[in-house]
Design a protein around this ligand. Sequence first.
Ligand SMILES: Cc1cc2nc3c(=O)[nH]c(=O)nc-3n(C[C@H](O)[C@H](O)[C@H](O)COP(=O)(O)OP(=O)(O)OC[C@H]3O[C@@H](n4cnc5c(N)ncnc54)[C@H](O)[C@@H]3O)c2cc1C
Ligand SMILES: NC(=O)c1ccc[n+]([C@@H]2O[C@H](COP(=O)([O-])OP(=O)(O)OC[C@H]3O[C@@H](n4cnc5c(N)ncnc54)[C@H](OP(=O)(O)O)[C@@H]3O)[C@@H](O)[C@H]2O)c1
Length: 255
Amino acid sequence: MDNNSIPPRLIEGTVVGRTDWTEKLFSLKIQASMMPFKAGQFTKLALQTPEGEWQRRAYSMINAPNEKILEFLLVTVPEGDLSPRLDILQPGDKLYVGQDPAGFMTLDEIPEAARDLWLLSTGTAIGPFLSILADPASQQQFERVVLVHAVRKEEELVYRERIAEIQQRFGDRFHYIPVVSREKVSYALSGRIPQLLSSGALSEFSGVELDPINSFFLLCGNPEMVHDCRDTLQEMGYKKHLRREVGQFTSENYW
Ligand SMILES: Cc1cc2nc3c(=O)[nH]c(=O)nc-3n(C[C@H](O)[C@H](O)[C@H](O)COP(=O)(O)OP(=O)(O)OC[C@H]3O[C@@H](n4cnc5c(N)ncnc54)[C@H](O)[C@@H]3O)c2cc1C
Ligand SMILES: NC(=O)c1ccc[n+]([C@@H]2O[C@H](COP(=O)([O-])OP(=O)(O)OC[C@H]3O[C@@H](n4cnc5c(N)ncnc54)[C@H](OP(=O)(O)O)[C@@H]3O)[C@@H](O)[C@H]2O)c1
C-alpha cells in the first residue's frame, strides 16, 4: 500500500497477536501509536480495498489505557464489508488505526453520586467494560460493580480468565452475570437483559439491589437491547444521564 495515500488521522498499525474464541469471534492485539485514550473509548480500524477504497469502522479498546498494545474483540458479520477482512489478519499483518480515540462511555462522565455501577453488554460490547474494569480508577469510584454479558451461546462467554482476575481484585464488590439466550447453561441466566432487569433476576443473582439514588447503568451493544433497556429503566423510574441533568444511565449503540 502507498503510505502517501493514507487518509488524515489514520496511522499504520501491526497485528501482534490474535485469539480465536469461536468460528466468528476473535481478538486482535495491535501495535500502533494512537493518542492516549480513556477506558471505555473506541477508535477506527481500517483497511484499503484493492480498488483503493478505504473501509473503516469503530472498535472499542479492551486493554487498560496504560498498556502499550491495543486490544480489540470482534465478531465477523458474514455479509459485512470490513469485519470479514479483519478476521483474516494474522500477526505481522498491517492495518490502519484511527489516531484519535472517541466516545463518552467513560468513568469521568459518570456522576459522583453513583455508588453501584451496572455494566450491561451484549456480544462484543463487553470489550469497553473490560477496559473500564482494568482501569484502577473503577475500583476506587464505586462500592459495587455488576458486569452483565449476554450472548447467544456459552462459547461466546469470552475473557473468563480476565474476569476472574477482576473478581480477585474487587473481591465481593464485583459480580459477573453471564446470560446465555440460545442454550441452557447451569451457571448462567437465560433470556434477555431488559426482562431480567425488570423481573429482578439480575438483582437477585448478584445480591445488589437496584435503586435510583445509588445505581448507575452503562448500556452497550445491540441497539435493540439498548432501546428496550432504556424503556425498561424509564418504567422503573430511572432517567437518561445528561451533562446538564444528572440521570442514572448512558448508552452506546454498536450499530
Ligand atoms: C462506538 C462503536 C464501537 C464498536 N465497537 C465494536 C467492537 O469493539 N467490536 C465489534 O466487533 N464491533 C464493534 N462495532 C461495530 C463495528 O463498527 C462494525 O459495524 C462491525 O464490525 C461490522 O462492520 P462490517 O463492515 O463488517 O459490516 P457492515 O457492512 O457495516 O454491517 C453492519 C451490520 O452488522 C451487524 N453488526 C455490526 N457490528 C456488530 C457487532 N459488534 N455485533 C453484532 N452485530 C453487529 C449489524 O446487523 C449491522 O447492521 C462498534 C460500533 C460502534 C458504533
Ligand atoms: N452468534 C452467532 O452464532 C451468529 C450466527 C450467525 C450470524 N452471526 C452474526 O454475528 C452478529 C453478531 O451476533 P451476536 O450473537 O454477537 O450479537 P446479538 O445478535 O446482538 O446477540 C447477543 C445477545 O443479545 C441478545 N439480544 C438480541 N436482541 C435483543 C433485544 N432486543 N433485547 C435484549 N437482548 C437482545 C441476544 O438474545 P437472543 O438470542 O434472544 O436474540 C443475545 O443474547 C450478527 O449480527 C450476525 O451478523 C452470529
